[in-house]
Design a protein around this ligand. Structure first.
Ligand code: HEM
Length: 444
């Protein structure tokens, strides 16, 4: 039994209602698992992330560094408010704070019941190792790097050429998925749009975690199609790498998360393209890099992709459950508590992040951003994203392919220039570009 005097502060009921209305509800409504276009448009108009950040910053100044416990009937739940606690919680993931948190398990069981993210104990260790090995977590350029760069170059060029002078989200996403299916499953999956449709259906169900019945027929069809692609084990694809793996982990249980997560990577790449086209100096610099290099390693473009996730995190809610009682400076939360890390609060914290509201990719190049305990676009510690390097490789080479051959002009009113603060919410579905072939002298 915890001594009540040592417990972390507890928010009042009105403050908890404000957190529910301004942080939790908008995060759920825009879609934790798959983003909902209409809600995203509303969220951008009202800049909902800014409102959430302001509220949590205000509560931090009133209640202290937290964690701030919420009086939710039947569930101990606390909001993390301090960057040092973010680092502690993520670094000790698996030992003291499991990533397989209750709410996450409920949401993800629809389409990835055996995913590493919601596994525990020995099963988690084996699945984690499989993910780290096949995705090559620590290698900036995957062994498939040259092949991936070829695929993104082909699909990127095709995307821009067939855009008919305009590029919108649907066209971009269609091209992105063609590339991703080739990278993950091989050329034989390139045009299997049904696979992604099925996955999106399962992901929509996951948005309604607690309310939705499992759709077993949809799950079965998705699984059948996925296994058929994996069984070809095409050389030059991740399916080929999986076939060489000697562990007893079933790849078909892990790949759904990869496909699901590649969707977030599309959003990140598309937003990076939008900012770059609105900032001529930056655009010139990344073009120089893209034009001057045949290598799949494009450090500046990779840092732009990272900066896009920092500014607009695609996983705004990091959830953990405390396996043991945990304490910071005498403020204790009980065993079994859920912990909620709202990453935009830390990524846009003007008090600790220089250029918090500007596009500043150089902070990833000189390592300053990696040192900041609250900047965790791909999470951190034992639960950090094993796909980070693969995402940076895929997105940067695709952007390079687009920018080498074409000029992009962003349509409409978006305040993405270098001078003003960047918006806190950026609706990717609304971004649209005019596209023109680039003068021959500019291309390689
Ligand atoms: C922009 C794209 C992506 C972002 C921002 C991202 C970010 C993240 C974050 C923040 C987590 C931790 C979630 C948590 O702690 O609750 C995570 C986990 C994970 N990601 Fe990614 N991810 C991306 C794309 C990918 C891709 C493309 C793959 C695979 C090809 C991938 C594979 C994974 C896996 C397997 C986990 C679970 C790790 C574990 O529980 O041990 N991610 N990702």
């Amino acid at each position: 039994m915890l001594d009540p005097a040592s417990r972390a502060p507890r928010a009042s009921v009105p403050d908890t209602a404000r957190i529910a209305a301004r942080v939790l509800l908008p995060t759920l409504a825009t879609g934790v698992i798959v983003r909902r276009p209409r809600v995203m448009a509303f969220a951008e108009r009202r800049q909902l992330d800014r409102s959430a950040i302001r509220l949590l910053a205000e509560l931090r100044s009133r209640y202290g560094d937290g964690p701030l416990r919420l009086p939710i009937p039947g569930r101990e739940f606390a909001v993390v408010l301090d960057p040092a606690q973010v680092r502690d919680v993520l670094r000790d993931s698996a030992d003291r704070f499991t990533p397989a948190n209750l709410e996450k398990r409920t949401a993800l069981r629809h389409f990835q019941p055996h995913a590493v993210l919601i596994s525990r104990g020995r099963a988690r260790a084996r699945r984690r190792e499989f993910n780290e090995d096949v995705l090559e977590i620590d290698r900036p350029v995957h062994e498939l790097g040259p092949r991936i760069a070829e695929i993104t170059a082909e699909e990127g060029a095709r995307l821009a050429e067939h855009a008919g002078g305009r590029l919108d989200w649907d066209a971009f996403a269609a091209g992105w998925w063609r590339a991703v299916r080739r990278i993950v499953l091989g050329a034989g999956a390139r045009d299997d749009r049904r696979l992604v449709e099925l996955l999106n259906g399962l992901r929509s169900d996951a948005n309604w975690a607690f309310l939705h019945p499992r759709r077993t027929a949809r799950r079965r069809e998705f699984d059948r199609r996925l296994r058929a692609h994996l069984s070809r084990a095409e050389p030059g694809s991740l399916a080929g790498v999986i076939a060489r793996d000697s562990s007893d982990v079933d790849g078909a249980d892990q790949v759904p998360h990869w496909l699901f997560a590649f969707d977030a990577a599309a959003v990140v790449a598309y937003r990076a393209l939008a900012v770059l086209t609105a900032q001529p100096e930056r655009l010139r610099a990344v073009r120089e890099e893209a034009d001057g290099s045949d290598s799949p390693m494009l450090p500046l473009l990779r840092s732009c992709v990272l900066e896009s996730v920092r500014l607009w995190p695609t996983t705004p809610a990091l959830l953990r459950d405390a396996i043991t009682e945990a304490s910071w400076g005498g403020r204790t939360i009980p065993r079994g508590s859920g912990l909620f890390i709202y990453t935009p609060l830390f990524h846009r914290d003007r008090g600790t992040v220089p250029d918090a509201d500007r596009f500043a990719p150089e902070s990833w190049l000189d390592g300053a951003a990696q040192q900041h305990p609250g900047l965790v676009p791909f999470s951190a510690g034992p639960g950090r994203c094993p796909g980070e390097n693969l995402v940076l490789l895929t997105a940067s080479t695709l952007l390079a392919a687009l920018l080498r051959g074409h000029e992009f002009r962003l349509d409409g009113e978006h305040e993405l220039g270098p001078d003003g603060p960047l918006p806190h919410t950026l609706d990717n579905f609304e971004l649209e570009f005019r596209v023109a072939a680039r003068a021959a002298s500019g291309t390689r």
